[in-house]
Design a binder for this molecule. Structure first.
Ligand SMILES: Cc1cc2nc3c(=O)[nH]c(=O)nc-3n(C[C@H](O)[C@H](O)[C@H](O)COP(=O)(O)O)c2cc1C
Length: 223
């Protein structure tokens, strides 16, 4: 049997980080992370991702103004709002309740759940927030390629010892994000990826999700 690969180890150890220390990541490490993510494959090598990377005061300003926007406006998502039904709704619920339970939040405590949700808009305290956009003309496959990019970015961050989380929540206010970043009309907001150094002492970072059994997702046709 082949020994466990580094990728297997990374995937086994990774999790979505929801509490960060304020310390910024040194520029050299940030450059290295984004240079690594550039290796992501894409259809016809179109590389549809563009990244607006916020750090320092820009992160704080974006968090403040996005937070103010969210409480007073409806969601407008460039890629549409997902509908969760059946098994997808079940998995979403399990992950959500697991997270709240790790934080000692009761299921019926709507206020505490909503406070935790609102932490998305301060990027859980991360010092860096990368907004990933795709080209409108590339349609669904442009977004698929950006999904691959986001995954490389997250694994790259993990490999460099950083905490990281993808945030679709930010894309639920695409109109605000477009205005704030002065994005041209031909760019669509896919999600944000916030990163920094994980706060290992925060109980939220002890929470781990499960995965479906292989038999539920892999459909083999042999012969
Ligand atoms: C594209 C994408 C968007 C996500 N958006 C959010 C988000 O807005 N807020 C959040 O707390 N987690 C978000 N997540 C994290 C997922 O909830 C998480 O990946 C999933 O529950 C599996 O848990 P794990 O990452 O800890 O393995 C997102 C993940 C992905 C891949």
């Amino acid at each position: 049997m082949t020994p466990e690969t580094e990728l297997e180890q990374l995937l086994a150890a990774r999790y979505s980080c929801r509490a960060f220390r304020p310390d910024p990541v040194p520029d050299q490490l940030v450059d290295r992370l984004f240079a690594t993510a550039q290796r992501t494959p894409s259809w016809c090598n179109t590389q549809p991702w563009q990244v607006h990377l916020l750090g320092g005061e820009a992160t704080a300003r974006f968090a403040k103004e996005l937070g103010e926007h969210v409480v007073a406006h409806e969601q407008v998502a460039d890629l549409g709002l997902p509908a969760y039904e059946g098994i997808h709704a079940d998995r979403r619920r399990e992950a959500g309740y697991g997270l709240y339970s790790a934080l000692g939040i009761a299921r019926e405590d709507r206020a505490a759940r909503s406070d935790q949700m609102a932490r998305n808009f301060s990027f859980f305290g991360a010092p860096h927030c990368a907004v990933v956009t795709t080209g409108r003309d590339l349609g669904t496959y442009g977004a698929v390629d950006c999904g691959g990019y986001v995954n490389t970015l997250m694994l790259g961050a993990q490999a460099l010892g950083l905490g990281v989380i993808a945030q679709g929540a930010v894309a639920m206010y695409s109109d605000f994000v477009r205005g704030w970043l002065d994005l041209p009309e031909d760019r669509l907001v896919v999600c944000a990826v916030s990163f920094g150094y994980a706060d290992e002492n925060d109980p939220v970072n002890a929470f781990r999700t499960t995965r479906a059994d292989l038999g539920d997702v892999l459909h083999r046709l042999d012969g």
